[in-house]
Design a protein around this ligand. Sequence first.
Ligand SMILES: NC(=O)c1ccc[n+]([C@@H]2O[C@H](COP(=O)([O-])OP(=O)(O)OC[C@H]3O[C@@H](n4cnc5c(N)ncnc54)[C@H](O)[C@@H]3O)[C@@H](O)[C@H]2O)c1
Length: 391
Amino acid sequence: MARKLAVQVYNAGGHLRVVSTKPMPGNQWIQALTSVGCRVEVCVENKTILSVDDILSLIGTKCDGVIGQLTEDWGDVLFAALKKAGGHAYSNMAVGYNNVDVEAATRHGIAVGNTPGVLTETTAELAAALTLSAARRVVEADDFMRAGKYEGWLPTLFVGNLLKGQTVGIIGAGRIGTAYARMMVEGFKMNVIYYDLYQSTRLEKFVTAYGEFLKTQGEAPVHWRRASSPEDVLREADVISLHPVLDKTTYHLINKDRLALMKKEAVLVNASRGPVIDEVALVEHLKANPMFRVGLDVFEDEPYMKPGLGDLPNAVVVPHIASASKWTREGMATLAAQNVAAKLKGYPVWPNSNNIEPFLDESKPAPAAAPSIVNAKALGLPTGDGSKSRL
Ligand SMILES: NC(=O)c1ccc[n+]([C@@H]2O[C@H](COP(=O)([O-])OP(=O)(O)OC[C@H]3O[C@@H](n4cnc5c(N)ncnc54)[C@H](O)[C@@H]3O)[C@@H](O)[C@H]2O)c1
């Protein structure tokens, strides 16, 4: 058994024991648990990623629920241990749950929560920030300035790309892809070309309406086009931002051949998942095409970058911070805690996980429901808006 990890305890006398494998931002999440009688133990061990053994020692012999992180391996071993300790609820503090073996959790009768609805705008804003940083060479220029190399204005210093009136390409026009496209259309009057397995009527309608509005202002309208292949997007767009889910259809979606289709001065942004890009091929492409620039939030072998990437001035790289706004991270923590609290109290599952706003409004008690349980159906959990009581 692993050694005992340091924990911080809230509401020591609570009759239900809930563990959080990490400190999380804000206080609303702690309140959500302590207000329904939970003793909350937060692991404060100075270790970035906890191992399965570490988490086993946190679960111990009596544990009702756990809030965990996307860097942890939530498979049969942990769910069996949680079940044995009397647990019924687990929530990831993330919308994605590719670190969780949901089938194993279901087999052990454990509900698995996630945190949709609070990441969309924050993640899209980071993609927009990466786009601007790459297009206008902000990081290179910042390095230059700090290194004391600036000797005065020059007509040729850090010349980059103008976005206004150019074409932004979206691959994966779901929630985040659409939010990002809207930012680029409204902010920079960019035209849109997108590729998705499904039609995004919401995006199409928005661009059409915004184009009409621009005409009323005497400005050139913006246009959209739905591409029939990713290749169309890559050939045509000046900026390409990747927002699909990661699965076998999108693994290495951007590879050597597809990179070769892109404009020599294009900007490529990835705030989805690292393996959507073949990162080795990307490094080669960046070396061969110094005017081609990328903005990356995610990497194929996180926390590592493929050799050479970190040395390239035409790459802007940040450590998976797309959801790192205070509002989003606090919202994620609150939703994760409410998932666990509601399951332990036997409350139903909220019927619409795309509208979780009522759970975040601190001026009112949250609905007595679990915001989002991904295996609710498999476990036969009832749905309901919790109108009979409040959390
Ligand atoms: N970097 C971060 O911190 C961060 C934060 C949140 C989400 N994400 C990632 O962003 C991605 C998108 O999130 P979302 O909330 O917009 O999801 P979403 O489900 O709303 O959108 C994903 C879209 O991808 C499309 N898609 C699926 N397969 C495709 C394919 N082969 N080609 C093109 N499109 C395809 C789907 O049809 C869907 O429209 C996810 O991978 C998620 O894990 C990353």
